[in-house]
Ligand binder design. Sequence first.
Ligand code: SF4
Ligand code: SF4
Length: 276
Amino acid sequence: MNGLDKAFAAAGAAAWGGLPFSQLAEDMGTEAIRKAEELCPNPRTVLVAAFPYYAGERGGNLSIYARGLDYHTVVTRRLNTICDFLKEKYENSRFLPAADNSPLPERQAAWRCGVGLRGRHGLVILPPYGSYVFLGTILTDAVLELPERTPSPGCTDCGRCRSACPGGALGEGGVEVSRCLSQLTQKKGELTAEEAALLKAHPLIWGCDCCQRACPYNARPALTPLPEFREGLVDALTGADLAGLTNRTFREKYGDRSFAWRGPAPLRRNLELRGE
Ligand code: SF4
Ligand code: SF4
């Protein structure tokens, strides 16, 4: 095991890879490249890592990914340990960790490095954790020695995710975000009648796990070893949990969760639509 293998394993990553920025840039638009270069002038390498989050089968009305501590914070903190390790060797270089909040296309980075499989539902599948993994990246201006890479193969293309998708969001071209209930549960403001009907029939008030639950790779996923995603989980919210909370007190109570960023309004609306 080389130094980076050990550092990623110690950080809790189940898999990692790396590739030249110039290769990932082929999957990026001009604006994303500009933003990446603004963050890290002369970017040379992207590292990508996967962190499992499945905590076992539990009841609840929040998406599985949203029940533990906010993954943005957890993954960035864990990637920071890798950055500290690399800074010892490359002391004049920049190392910028990010999780779902950078201009880098994380899934494409993973697939180009051979981290997991390309799921037809647009997610990275990493057996034995299934698609229940968070991705994080490190962008750097250092040229790193990287392991050999073979791009990820596709999944079995069984079609179960497409059949299970309540919004009809999965087609040949990938995910149509405007039809995805994961986005819809987070939508603020007015809903169309069709959107309201979809949310009323949906079992979750935040997120949508339908395509992931239908996928055979997620039939018996391995449990996460990471305590932030295994302990102190918020599986469900009720009207009583949210009663009387202002935006400020809601954030005081739930600000360490990824479902908190929109405030309490969409959650209350979704509960009401379901008559809860
Ligand atoms: S998260 Fe739900 S709505 Fe979105 S693509 Fe998957 S099954 Fe469809
Ligand atoms: S449900 Fe089938 S087609 Fe969809 S991602 Fe899983 S293996 Fe691929």
